[in-house]
Design a protein around this ligand. Structure first.
Ligand code: ADP
Ligand code: MG
Length: 388
């Protein structure tokens, strides 16, 4: 039995989330890096309409010649917003995993837009730590506090990578290199529990243990490729914490899951000059990212059929997407003018999954208007030629 206040809080929380099929989208713009430019002509490329604070809901991209593209999200974080401020906005969502909810937090965006900074951040500087360390720290702290009311939690972490539609266990102990690569098969049972065959599940009870897992995963990720960013930008990285709570006096049980996902870079096919393996990779990335968009959109629209099976990522996360689970997507944006088209693609993708209107640009030629509506109809976010 839940505490009465708890029930009210849950109900309220659910009512708020129900409005959008439990999907929310936050936009985060990273600061300018050295030698980048963030102006188009004389205007700043990224603008924040109707917001005097650092955090608003609107964002505009200026394309030059008075063309603007306006979007609005559940929240927009400008470049000055710190990791801590971002975490404040999501800490309740993280907390709900302890209440038995299934939660997914994604970072979407082109390579270099700040996904890894948002999810993981820099471990060496406390104020630069991202969502994964902050979430775990909060969860450990809260679960400890709950122990005084009879609760005890078991927490298990796993970390995997999906590369070319194939799952790789990032926590597997390195072997001698001669054994065949393991095939990890995803299965869901009737209770919405997911198993991935042969995947390492590690019991964790404090941040130090998690930190060493993250280190192990980072080492595993860098194997076999020259530059680590090369590899990591082409695969999805999924950190999962399973929480099982039991109250010894009330015998109440809760089972929550927290998935924190650093998605593959969303950069478009044309830019990467793809050939051979690269092309296959890029197609796999595009397929899984657009499948993810389709799934979130279908959930938001409360459609009967949700196309989970169209990609490994959506199939893996099926029980944690839709139903009464909670989904948050960060769309990460680079503010430099060279990234304009990519940023526009990312915002369109995010606006689509958020099922919110794309604002009409201030001045728009008929040609670009047609290409924009074609884009939306085809469900593709990037393939059309960008407006002049
Ligand atoms: P991605 O994972 O999307 O490829 P990264 O997270 O690696 O991008 O970010 C690219 C660079 O920008 C990194 O050097 C990172 O430290 C920096 N960066 C990204 N977001 C921020 C931010 N909000 N504040 C400061 N630096 C950031
Ligand atoms: Mg990254």
């Amino acid at each position: 039995k839940l505490h009465e206040g708890e029930l009210v809080r849950k109900k309220l929380h659910n009512t708020i989330l129900e409005l959008k099929g439990n999907v929310r989208v936050f936009c985060r713009v990273r600061p300018l890096l050295h030698d980048e430019e963030d102006v188009v002509g004389t205007e700043p490329l990224v603008q924040y309409p109707n917001s005097t604070e650092l955090m608003g809901r609107g964002i505009e991209l200026v394309q030059g010649q008075g063309q603007k593209h306006t979007f609005s999200f559940d929240k927009v974080f400008g470049p000055e917003v710190m990791q801590e401020d971002v975490f404040v906005e999501i800490s309740q969502l993280v907390q709900s995993a302890l209440d038995g909810y299934k939660v997914c937090i994604f970072a979407y965006g082109q390579t270099g837009s700040g996904k890894t900074h948002t999810m993981l951040g820099n471990q060496d500087q406390p104020e630069q730590r991202g969502i994964i360390p902050r979430s775990l720290e909060q969860i450990f702290k809260t679960s400890q506090a709950l122990s005084s009311t009879g609760w005890s939690f078991r927490m298990q972490a796993s970390m995997l990578e999906i590369y070319n539609e194939t799952i790789r266990d990032l926590l597997a102990r390195p072997g001698n290199g001669n054994e065949p690569a393991k095939q990890h098969v995803v299965k869901h049972d009737q209770n919405g529990n997911t198993t991935v065959s042969d995947l390492s599940l590690v019991d964790v009870s404090n941040w130090k243990e998690v930190a060493s897992l993250l280190q192990r995963a980072a080492q595993s990720r860098s194997v076999g490729k020259t530059a680590m960013n090369e590899q990591s930008s082409r695969s999805h990285c999924v950190f999962t914490l399973r929480l099982s709570g039991m109250n010894e006096s009330t015998e109440q049980q809760v089972h929550g899951v927290l998935n924190l996902i650093d998605l593959a870079g969303s950069e478009r096919l044309s830019r990467s000059c793809s050939t051979g393996d690269r092309l296959k990779e890029t197609q796999a990335i595009n397929k899984s990212l657009s499948s993810l968009g389709d799934v979130i959109l279908a959930i938001g629209n409360k459609e009967q059929h949700i196309p989970y099976r169209n990609s490994k990522l959506t199939y893996l996360l099926q029980p944690c997407l839709g139903g009464d689970s909670k989904t948050l997507m960060f769309v990460n944006i680079s503010p430099d003018s060279k990234s304009l088209n990519e940023s526009l693609c990312s915002l369109r993708f995010a606006a689509k999954v958020n099922a919110c209107e794309i604002g009409v640009p201030r001045r728009q030629t008929l040609a670009s208007r047609n290409s924009e509506s074609r884009l939306r109809k085809n469900g593709s976010y990037c393939e059309g030629s960008p407006p002049d």
